[in-house]
Design a protein around this ligand. Structure first.
Ligand code: GLC
Ligand code: CA
Length: 579
């Protein structure tokens, strides 16, 4: 490793990187079947490069029946026909490397598809050598003599985590859909198989992984019932028994050893954990587990106690405080943040974290970019976020939603004969947070189907593609695209202060303004972002009233720093003090 320590912060190449996330089915269709594919990605590498990112993360494109859009893998060492071939992946690796970028693949190893050879064999007989690759339990017998699931845990996609297998009279365990059985990591053979898959891709030239649901791989082996947190449901959140299980760190250090041998990039997905003391065990610099993880405290701010589709009101102050909590904690504990507001699992940030005001959509997208993009951490941009793409229109009916998370939840409500009110609430939440929004076809230009495909795509194109697309933005200096470019550019030019510098909140009492300072030695950057859709007054703290330079502003005529500022709707800027 070539890392060195500078002003107390360890340097590392992956801290300086910006990552672009691609959802293959929705990025670019090359062969006119309405589904995005790898050759499609290969045809857009110059576009990606022009944004200024260093790493491309592609969501799964392994062989899969695609019950969960590829997060149900049936062969980890092959590419799904729908997405292309191994040769296409080789081209992608070469194409990125030739442009000085890296490729990160999505590693889905908490579970497989039920169509994986291992699972097919495991269900075929209790004596299968693969039976123990999965988690099997005998039924619980109720007082009335009925067979019941072994415990009350709720699956991420509604219903029980247990699925009954008639043939063997046992249940198998699945945290996600029943077609996604969890692997039994207690079995050393499973771990060897998984490590072999990891090496296979690293040997192919892949530069690292985004590790799907990685904190769920170790489960409390007694599988106790979870406490009742949602009295209206038969099933309860059991995360306390699997989100940071007893052997998690043992497994992650085994993975970390392999990754280290290749100097590979790693980011893990770590849902349901909000205690930074748990997370630092994974991302502490000297722990050698993972480089960084996605924790969801910030982006789950609008999720109520009964889960993703239950409503919750929130304020910009809370938003700011959560960001601050993780910034300060990581810098004090030699950890590292993954910064993101969007991914393939939720709604678009301009449709979630700011009010729907079409006239301010562009400034609001830039404000959010400023807020997240200049914090300390590795920045992740989800395809289309760089254009300020938005959720599908509210007028779209449930029939236009395609994702199983949304549809299972909706079907469960219908099955429970939920009231019209409950259905309306759910629909309102789908309009904000459903995964479908992020999965709408990428908007390349104003030609039919947004230049994504030559035919009707697998999921509808958003109505706004003629006004909101890449072709219009790339050459417009005031576009959201070029704003993101400036942010990534600033992070490179002022690496000391913007990558390695200290983070500190400024003027913490203002209701709508999030302001923070980044500093490194005598260099100081002030970052201000207003979350209000009207004008607000903001008093600049005295210590910033020094000569300096406007580096970035989301209004064409950025107002100079002065003691009493009137910030326009969603105004945001960065100012570099010239000490
Ligand atoms: C992660 C993925 C999500 C997937 C789930 C199951 O949360 O991001 O898309 O459905 O894991 O693999
Ligand atoms: Ca295609």
């Amino acid at each position: 490793m070539t890392d060195s320590s500078h002003e107390g912060v360890h340097h590392a190449w992956w801290k300086e990187a910006a990552v672009y996330q691609i959802y293959p089915a929705s990025f670019k269709d090359s062969n006119g079947d309405g589904i995005g594919d790898i050759p499609g990605i290969n045809s857009k590498l110059d576009y990606i490069k022009s944004l200024g990112v260093d790493i491309v993360w592609i969501c799964p494109c392994y062989k899969s029946p695609k019950v969960d859009m590829g997060y149900d893998v049936s062969d980890y060492k092959d590419i799904d026909e729908q997405y292309g071939t191994m040769a296409d992946i080789d081209k992608l690796i070469d194409g990125l490397h030739a442009r000085g970028m890296k490729l990160v693949m999505d590693m889905v190893i908490n579970h497989t598809s039920d169509q994986h050879e291992w699972f097919k064999s495991a269900v075929s007989s209790k004596d299968s050598p693969y039976r123990d690759y999965y988690i099997w339990k005998k039924p619980k017998i109720s007082e009335t003599g009925e067979k019941c699931p072994p415990n009350n845990w709720l699956s991420a996609f509604s219903g029980s985590v247990w699925e009954y297998d008639e043939k063997s009279g046992e249940y198998y365990f699945h945290l996600f859909a029943k077609e996604q059985p969890d692997l039994n990591w207690e079995n050393p053979k499973v771990r060897q198989e998984v490590y072999d898959i990891i090496r296979f891709w690293l040997n192919k030239g892949v530069d690292g992984f985004r590790m799907d649901a990685i904190n769920f791989i170790s489960k409390e082996q007694s599988y106790p019932d979870a406490p009742i947190s949602d009295p209206s449901s038969k099933y309860q959140n059991g995360a306390m028994y699997y989100a940071s299980g007893p052997r998690l760190h043992e497994y992650l250090s085994e993975i970390g050893q392999i990754l280290n041998q290749y100097n590979a990039f790693s980011v893990g997905e770590m849902a349901h954990v909000f205690d930074p003391n748990e997370i630092i065990k994974v991302v502490g610099f000297t722990r050698n587990e993972l480089n960084m993880i996605f924790q969801f405290e910030l982006t789950d701010i609008d999720m109520g106690p009964a889960g993703k589709f239950s409503p919750k009101a929130w304020t910009p102050t809370q938003f700011r405080n959560i960001a601050n909590k993780w910034q300060v904690f990581m810098q004090e504990n030699d950890g590292w943040n993954a910064l993101f507001l969007e991914n393939h699992d939720s709604g678009r940030s301009v449709s979630r974290f700011v009010k729907h005001r079409p006239e301010f959509r562009s400034v609001a997208a830039k404000m959010l970019a400023t807020f997240i993009g200049l914090q300390s951490g590795t920045i992740f941009i989800y395809q289309g976020e760089e254009l300020g793409l938005a959720n599908m229109p509210k007028s779209w009916q449930i029939s236009r939603y395609k994702d199983l998370e949304t549809l299972n939840y909706y079907r469960q409500l219908l099955h429970d004969v939920a009231s019209q009110d409950a259905l309306d609430i759910a629909m309102g939440e789908f309009q904000k947070k459903a995964r479908d929004h992020a999965r709408l076809p990428f908007q390349w230009d104003s030609s039919p189907f947004a230049g994504f495909s030559t035919v009707q795509p697998w999921i509808d194109v958003n109505d706004d593609y003629r006004e909101w697309n890449a072709a219009l933005q790339v050459n417009d200096p005031l576009s959201v695209f070029n704003y993101w470019r400036s942010i990534l550019d600033l992070r490179q030019t002022y690496k000391d202060v913007l990558v390695y510098g200290k983070f500190e909140l400024v003027a913490t009492t203002h209701e709508d303004v999030c302001a923070y300072e980044r500093s490194f030695g005598s260099q100081v950057a002030l970052v201000v972002a207003s979350f209000s859709d009207s004008t607000v007054n903001w008093t600049v703290p005295l210590n910033f009233l020094k000569p300096g330079k406007w580096m970035l502003s989301n209004y064409a005529d950025g107002s100079p720093l002065q003691p009493e500022m009137v910030l326009r709707p969603y105004e945001a800027f960065m100012y570099l003090l010239s000490n």
